[in-house]
Write a protein of this length. Structure first.
Length: 155
């Protein structure tokens, strides 16, 4: 399985120079990670795929000039489907694990910068995301994220 082809991506206007590749492991089904983003100048384009298990993957448009600002979309990614998602800069991103022992692999085109981290809370009433769980396992950091209404979008 080919997971990246520079020429093919360029043909569709998705030319990206990947800086880092990372992997996350979630042991529990129903874990939500996110919704995360990096502020400029460390804003990231992401290419994600699941190498073990499955996730309900969510992206939220934070680009102020976009017709879809504040709207979300989702896709189910799984190791069985061999699919992936490309998320451009200017989007918050998160996922909910649909299986135990889920591994997500992702490439980003900017180096990680802790000072540039931002995020939205998973259960933001304005977004009203249709997560597959109402009682997720969350990190302590993700419990403290703010709402879209409180965000001064940097995009």
């Amino acid at each position: 399985m080919r997971t990246y082809d520079r020429a093919l991506f360029a043909r569709f206007g998705l030319a990206t120079s990947w800086e880092q590749e990372s992997q996350s492991m979630s042991c529990r089904k129903g874990t939500i990670r996110g919704l995360h983003f990096q502020r400029p100048p460390y804003a990231e384009t992401k290419l994600l795929r699941v190498v073990a298990g499955a996730v309900f993957d969510v992206m939220v448009d934070l680009r102020k000039s976009s017709e879809t600002y504040g709207q979300w979309d989702s896709i189910e990614l799984s190791s069985a489907a061999h699919n992936m998602v490309y998320i451009p800069r200017g989007f918050a991103h998160g996922f909910c694990t649909l299986t135990a022992d889920t591994i997500v692999l992702y490439k980003v085109d900017a180096p990680y910068s802790p000072e540039s981290e931002g995020g939205l809370k998973w259960d933001d009433e304005t977004l009203n995301i249709g997560w597959p769980t109402r009682e997720p396992f969350l990190s302590s950091k993700d419990r403290l994220l703010s709402s879209l209404a409180d965000l001064a979008s940097p995009f």
